[in-house]
Design a protein around this ligand. Structure first.
Ligand code: G3H
Ligand code: ZN
Length: 285
């Protein structure tokens, strides 16, 4: 069934596991996610970034996500990832997304609060729940230990004020992860997660989680991380599987045959993540 992000994440928060949020661009990724979630009886979040919406079109993405949710026996939320444009967020709500992220992290605190609050008021009025970002989840290398970069990490006191004043439902925090492929090993600031959790009562979200070691993720979850975003690891599984198949079968031209191993590889990767996040067997209703 199709549910809001908040419903999923409050259960995760209560029972100390995290729900995987996997990025989609096409039907095969949606099928891989749903099939993994059903096989493992896991709740899941299907999310599309602005790039995904540009590639496939909001109507296709919304149709795929809603169909996946309605036909599935596990709870699924359809979420907009990193929405930076007010109108696009409204479009997603209009097309039936059950969860949206409004990313005002590029703005100074006051502006981020005002921008986020505007979306929260509208989204809540129509039963859609909202993620926001505070601090900046940034570069792909060496940003974790460099002191000036620490300024982009989420400040706990600002997070408290932000959550209180915006009424947002879940909050993405910058604590040492980065988007894309890591050059070194990411080091999470666990103390910061705990400090934020002490003053912020809503579920916390970890972005840039591909390539983060299993132990790091499993240490972060009990500290308050309830939603874990994965995109890069799925892309890699897809690209490797397609590459392997095409190299081994250079004369094959049937897209179904070329893409089936990729769907299976993505499903495998997603199931691996669900085990790590502790969401296996947590589907409810
Ligand atoms: O919002 C999407 C995720 O933060 C993607 O992170 O590049 O580490 O998979 P990733
Ligand atoms: Zn992200």
């Amino acid at each position: 069934m199709l549910v809001t992000g908040k419903e999923l994440l409050l259960d995760a928060q209560k029972n100390k596991y995290a729900v995987g949020a996997f990025n989609i661009n096409n039907m095969e990724i949606v099928q891989a996610i749903v099939s993994a979630a059903e096989e493992l009886d896991s709740p899941v979040i299907i999310q599309a970034s602005q790039g995904g919406l540009k590639y496939a079109g909001v109507e296709y993405i919304a149709a795929l996500g809603k169909l996946a949710g309605r036909n599935s026996r596990v709870p699924i939320a359809l979420h907009l990832d990193h929405g930076t444009d007010f109108d696009q967020v409204m479009q997603c709500i209009r097309h039936g997304f059950t969860s949206v992220m409004i990313d005002g992290s590029r703005f100074p605190l006051e502006e981020n609060i005002a921008f986020t609050k505007r979306v929260v008021e509208i989204a809540h009025a129509v039963g859609v729940t909202v993620e926001a970002e505070l601090g900046k989840i940034g570069g792909t290398e060496d940003h974790i230990t460099v002191s000036e970069k620490d300024a982009t990490f989420t400040d706990p006191e600002e997070a408290r004020r932000f959550a209180e004043e915006t009424g947002v439902d879940y909050l993405a925090i910058a604590v040492g992860t980065a988007h894309g492929v890591y050059k070194g090993e990411p080091k999470l600031d666990y103390d910061r997660i705990s400090e934020i959790r002490e003053v912020v009562d809503i579920p916390l979200v970890l972005h840039g989680s591909s390539g983060v070691p299993t132990e790091s993720l499993q240490k972060a979850i009990p500290l308050g991380i309830c939603k874990i975003n994965i995109d890069t690891d799925i892309r890699a599984a897809f690209a490797n599987a397609v590459g392997d198949f095409v190299r081994a079968n250079p004369d094959e031209i049937d897209p179904r045959k070329i893409l089936s191993p990729a769907t299976a590889a993505m499903k495998e990767k997603i199931m691996e993540k669900m085990h790590i996040f502790g969401s296996v067997g947590k589907a409810w209703k």
